[in-house]
Design a protein around this ligand. Sequence first.
Ligand SMILES: Nc1ncnc2c1ncn2[C@@H]1O[C@H](COP(=O)(O)OP(=O)(O)OP(=O)(O)O)[C@@H](O)[C@H]1O
Length: 311
Amino acid sequence: MIVAEDICMKYRQVFKEVVALKNISLNVKKGEIFGLIGPDGAGKSSLFRILTTLLLPTGGKASVGGYDVIKQFREVRNIVGYMPGKFSLYQDLSVEENLTFFASVFDTTIEANYDQVKDIYEQLLPFKNRKAGALSGGMKQKLGLCCALIHKPKVLFLDEPTTGVDPISRKEFWDVLKRLSGDGISVFVSTPYMDEACLCDRIGLIFRGELLDVDTPERLIGKHEKKLVAFKAKNMYRLLGDIRKEPGVYSCFTFGDSLHTTFREKDFPVEEFVLSLKNAGYTDVEWKNIETGIEDYFMMLTNDISDGTGY
Ligand SMILES: Nc1ncnc2c1ncn2[C@@H]1O[C@H](COP(=O)(O)OP(=O)(O)OP(=O)(O)O)[C@@H](O)[C@H]1O
């Protein structure tokens, strides 16, 4: 349903040129949930905007549902639903007015396509006369999804749809996405949440405009072959610097309240290293071997490019 071949995007800024996308090639099948994962500035929104016909790429070609995003942009617009990263609905219109408006743009009505949005819209019904701007974060996103779905698109583009949304609403949102993919709708979604990344059928890891890897979450995690240890101690900031200085350490980055660390050799003597940290004055030192997650694999891939910081 989505095919991108060697997509490039360069922006002209005042004194320089920014390369936002470098030769991006990917494909997304019918009914597949494809997650695009990467830090701020990686190029995610640029790719969304190109695939939804809102931005002309500076190189390469792409099609959605078999239609070329440049030459057949009108056909593409008819078959895609797009939820941009920033809340894009009319804040001064009510819930019902927003949905009615989006339906009318596609020459349809809420009634005609009610089955498509029923599950989500019923949760919004108690607030249907409330202005969109006065909804909670989770409700805003559900309304955004209803508006993106009301014309029965074949492909949904969701740019960070659950950022800032509470965990329960996030789960409900993903339950809806799973149902939509079961109905044959392809979903192209970006998210900063790694637990959500694992719910995708396949993931593309994007960094500084480059697609570093594309695979299923399980296979990506399986590609991380380094020993992984989480460290904690008092003065975590100093600890981060000191762990990174250790020659046997390959990468170290903050993950929640601990420091996820990988080593160049599998048999790195962690206990001896912990002793040396204690001798260097660290107190309350804790460490444990941990299972790898997608973020760990991502950080491992970006380590050499980004001097161990991951960004
Ligand atoms: N209209 C623009 N003009 C100039 N530079 C831009 C423009 N839009 C994006 N960029 C630059 O292109 C790069 C990629 O930005 P993009 O918004 O696509 O990334 P992103 O992964 O979506 O990040 P974020 O989530 O922070 O928006 C960044 O360096 C950004 O500053």
